[in-house]
Ligand binder design. Structure first.
Ligand code: 13P
Length: 249
């Protein structure tokens, strides 16, 4: 069965609540699609107003992070139940910016992935190599480790429903998109890794996105690749261009 494409915007630390509502309103008509799952992953404080603004549309709301405990004395953190109650369906976990600036590890990402599943939130688990790792020829070893540890104790049934985002760090926010061949090669490698850890059926079902300077010009070729099931989009998700990326065909 063909996998349904999923295009998610990662708004990162952009847009105040009122700006976020204005952007959601602007993008709403542009991202209408019967073929593609559309997600706006927005800052925590924007989740409730954006969820309200997109009610009744094809847009799902996602969070950019989440804590792995149920509740309690974790000042500043946001629990999975809070996200669910606010209307969140997806959560970005293990983004390279969180790994770099907020000490996320494969282990904490794994705890969060498991917790998201417990609460019925679909994880968008990120992985990706640095430029140094690519130049050293260890890209796939590094990513396989990220994926394998991130998925520890995740069942095949759960894995089938989740999303993995391949985001080469050197392509994020740099305007330097990976070539279609580079992106397809790693996404195919991730799928092969899933087949090893689980089985072919799980590998066939799981959706793998490419992220890193995706724009309206590069999306059509990237999304046409056999193992690329859509994109995780940063900068271009804050512009009307996002509508063109969703409707890339
Ligand atoms: P850019 O599209 O701005 O390169 O960001 C990609 C990204 O990090 C999405 O999560």
């Amino acid at each position: 069965m063909a996998r349904r494409k999923i295009v998610a915007g990662n708004w990162k630390m952009n847009k105040t609540p009122s700006e976020a509502v204005a952007l959601a309103e602007e993008l709403k008509p542009l991202v209408a699609s019967d073929d593609v799952d559309v997600v706006f992953c927005v800052p925590a404080i924007d989740i409730i107003p954006v969820a309200e603004a997109v009610k009744g549309t094809n847009i799902a709301v996602g969070a950019e992070n989440m804590y792995f405990e149920e509740k309690g004395a974790y000042t500043g953190e946001i629990s999975p139940a809070m996200l669910v109650d606010a209307g969140v369906k997806y959560v970005v976990l293990g983004h390279s910016e969180r790994r770099e600036y907020f000490a996320e590890t494969n282990e904490t990402v794994n705890k969060k992935v498991l917790k998201a599943f417990e609460h019925g939130i679909t994880p968008i688990m990120c992985c990706g190599e640095s430029l140094e790792q690519r130049e050293q020829g260890v890209t796939m070893d590094f990513i396989r480790q990220q994926v394998k540890v991130g998925l520890q104790n995740v069942t095949a049934e759960q894995a089938k429903t989740m999303v993995i985002a391949y985001e080469p760090i050197w392509a994020i926010g740099t305007g330097k998109t990976a070539t279609t061949e580079q992106a397809q090669e790693v996404c195919a490698g991730i799928r092969a890794c899933i087949a090893e850890v689980y089985d072919d059926a799980t590998a066939e079902a799981i959706r793998i996105q490419y992220g890193g300077s995706v724009n309206a010009a590069t999306a059509p070729e990237l999304f046409a690749q056999a193992d690329i099931d859509g994109g995780l989009v940063g900068g271009a998700a804050l512009k009307p261009d996002f509508g063109k990326i969703v409707n890339y065909k």
